[in-house]
Design a protein around this ligand. Structure first.
Ligand SMILES: C[C@H](O)[C@H](O)[C@@H](O)C(=O)CO
Length: 492
C-alpha cells in the first residue's frame, strides 16, 4: 500500500489528507485540520503564514507518530494569486497579503495606462480580476514598497511552503498562471509586458511543471519531524487545477464546476482560447495539469452564502448549512435575484444586508427571512452557472451535454438540483474532496504509479461515489432565466 500526503489550504481551513493507494483504488483519511483565517492588521489583510507552516509540520509529525512514517511523497495546493517575498538570504520579507486586501483597488486601471488591457489579455489569456498577482505587485511598485525593493524572489504560497520544507525555490506552472503574468502560449513569464508595467523580473523563479519532483524534505525538517527525506512533488498547486484533475469524467465533452468559496466553471482545452468573445466575457485560460488549459469563468460561488451564515452565527442565530437549505426549500421560488459577481458582494461582512440592498435598488421584492435570502442565493447561482455555460458553449461552438461538479459545494443538494434544472442538463457531483484527491492523483502520476491523467481519473471513478441529478421544472427555470438576465443586465 502506497501512502501519500496532500495539504490543501482552503478559504477557512487547511487539511492534511493521507492517501492510501492499492494499485487501483485510492482511500483518503484526514490526518490534520486547522483554521486558515486571514489576519487584519492596520486595515490590511494577511496570511498567517508561519502559523500555517507550523500546521503543515504538525500534519507531517502526526503521520510520523501515528504509524505513517513510510509516506511516499507530499504535495501542497492553495488558492491562486497570493505570494511571499524572500530577501537575498532566503528570509521571508513581511507577511504575505491576502488577495481580498484593499491595496489592489484601481490597479487594473493603472496597469491599462502602461499596457492596454487587450494586450495584457492577448498575452496572458487571464481574466481581469483586481486580486491577480499582477495588480498586487503593481500596487507595491507604484507605492514604492520597501519590501518589493528588497525582494530577491517571489514565491506563490504553495511554492513558499514547499521552499520552507525543502529549501528549493521554484514556481509551479498552474499556480503561476493565475498571476496574469505568464505568456499563456509559452508557459513562461511575459518578460516584455512585465518590464513595461515596472514589475521587477529578477524576483521571478523558474517555472516547473506539475508532476515534477521539486525536492525532498530538508535534513533539518526531516530531523525535526522524525520523518525521512520524503520527496516533495510539484502537484497542480493551484487548488482549482488539483480539483479539475479529480473530475471523474469519461466522455469527451463535458463542463465542470470546481465548487467551493468560488465556483470555477469551465472545460479543459488543449491550448489557450483567446479571442474577442473570451476577452469581452472575461473568460480565463489557467494552466492545468498535463499541459492542459483550463478555460473557465470565475463565479463568486458559495462565498456569499458562507458570509450570510457567518453573519447569522454572529448575531446569535446559529444554524447549520443543512438547516438553512431545508428552510430555503420551503420558501417561495424565484422571488428575487442577485448577480453573485456584483462587486458589492466581494468584501466580507454584512452580507444579508447587501443582498437586501441589491434587491431593493434593482426594484425587486426584498428578501426578509433567512430562508428567502438563501433561496435567492441558490437560484441566482444556478442561473449564473447557466449564463457561464451558455457563454462557454458559444465560445467553443459546441454543446457540453453534462456538467460535473466537484468540491465541497457538492454537499449542497439544493444547489446541485437547481443547477441541473437551470441548465437543463444532467449534473454529476463528486468527489467532494476534489482538491485533495487531485493533489494525490498528481503525486501518483509523478511517481509513475498511474500512467496518465486518464488513468488517474479512472482511479477516482473506482474510489469515490458520484451522485447524478436529472433536470426538472425546466420551463419555470427558463422563465426565471429571462427575468434574471433582465435584472443583472441593468447592473452593467
Ligand atoms: C483568488 C481565487 O481564489 C482564485 O481566483 C480561484 O481560482 C481559486 O483559487 C479558488 O480557490
Amino acid at each position: 500500500m502506497l501512502k501519500l500526503l496532500a495539504f490543501d489550504y482552503g478559504a477557512s481551513s487547511g487539511r492534511g489528507i493521507l492517501g492510501k493507494f492499492d494499485g487501483s483504488r485510492l482511500e483518503i483519511e484526514e490526518v490534520h485540520r486547522f483554521a486558515n483565517e486571514p489576519v487584519t492588521v492596520n486595515g490590511h489583510l494577511y496570511w498567517d503564514i508561519l502559523r500555517l507552516y507550523h500546521e503543515l509540520k504538525q500534519g507531517i509529525h502526526k503521520c510520523t507518530v501515528n504509524g505513517h512514517k513510510d509516506i511516499g511523497s507530499i504535495g501542497i495546493d492553495t488558492w491562486g494569486v497570493d505570494f511571499g517575498l524572500l530577501d537575498s538570504e532566503g528570509n521571508l520579507l513581511g507577511n504575505p497579503f491576502h488577495y481580498r486586501d484593499i491595496r489592489t483597488e484601481g490597479m487594473i486601471g493603472e496597469a491599462a495606462k502602461l499596457v492596454s488591457k487587450r494586450s495584457i489579455y492577448e498575452e496572458t489569456g487571464i481574466a481581469f480580476q483586481k486580486f491577480n498577482t499582477l495588480y498586487q505587485l503593481l500596487s507595491m511598485s507604484l507605492r514604492g514598497s520597501p519590501l518589493l525593493e528588497k525582494a530577491s524572489t517571489m514565491l506563490f504560497i504553495p511554492d513558499l511552503l514547499n521552499y520552507f520544507l525543502t529549501g528549493e525555490k521554484a514556481s509551479e506552472y498552474t499556480i503561476a498562471s493565475t498571476a496574469q503574468m505568464l505568456d499563456s502560449r509559452k508557459g513562461q513569464w511575459a518578460g516584455d509586458m512585465l518590464k513595461k508595467l515596472g514589475i521587477p523580473q529578477g524576483i521571478l523563479a523558474n517555472i516547473i511543471k506539475p508532476g515534477a519532483q521539486l525536492g525532498k524534505l530538508s535534513t533539518m525538517v526531516s530531523t525535526e519531524l522524525g520523518m525521512g527525506r520524503v520527496p516533495v512533488m510539484a502537484v497542480a498547486e493551484h487548488d482549482t487545477g488539483s480539483a479539475v484533475v479529480s473530475v471523474p469524467a469519461s466522455q469527451d465533452r463535458y463542463a465542470y464546476i470546481s465548487s467551493g468559496t468560488w465556483s470555477l466553471l469551465g472545460v479543459e482545452a488543449a491550448a489557450p482560447v483567446i479571442n474577442d468573445d473570451t476577452y469581452r466575457l472575461n473568460y480565463t485560460n489557467e494552466g492545468g495539469f498535463n499541459n492542459s488549459i483550463r478555460l473557465l469563468k470565475n463565479i463568486m460561488g458559495l462565498w456569499i452564502y458562507q458570509e450570510c451564515k457567518r453573519a447569522w452565527d454572529k448575531e446569535g442565530e446559529s444554524t447549520s448549512f443543512d438547516q438553512l437549505e431545508q428552510e430555503a426549500s420551503k420558501s417561495t421560488a424565484f422571488l428575487s435575484f442577485i448577480d453573485p459577481d456584483d462587486d458589492m458582494f466581494y468584501n466580507p461582512g454584512g452580507m444579508p444586508g447587501k443582498i437586501r440592498e441589491y434587491c431593493s435598488k434593482t426594484g425587486q421584492r426584498v428578501p426578509e427571512t433567512r430562508a428567502e435570502i438563501v433561496r435567492c442565493i441558490m437560484e441566482s447561482l444556478a442561473l449564473k452557472y447557466k449564463m457561464a455555460l451558455y457563454g462557454l458553449e458559444n465560445i467553443l461552438g459546441y454543446t457540453l451535454p453534462v456538467l460535473h461538479i466537484v468540491g465541497g459545494g457538492c454537499k449542497n443538494v439544493m444547489l446541485s438540483q437547481f443547477t441541473a434544472n437551470a441548465i437543463d442538463r444532467p449534473v454529476i457531483t463528486g468527489p467532494t474532496e476534489a482538491t485533495a484527491v487531485g493533489n494525490l492523483v498528481a503525486q501518483l502520476v509523478a511517481l509513475g504509479e498511474v500512467g496518465s491523467l486518464a488513468e488517474g481519473r479512472e482511479v477516482v471513478r473506482n474510489s469515490f461515489p458520484c451522485r447524478a441529478y436529472a433536470p426538472a421544472d425546466v420551463r419555470q427555470w427558463d422563465e426565471a432565466y429571462g427575468r434574471f438576465i433582465s435584472i443583472i443586465d441593468k447592473q452593467y
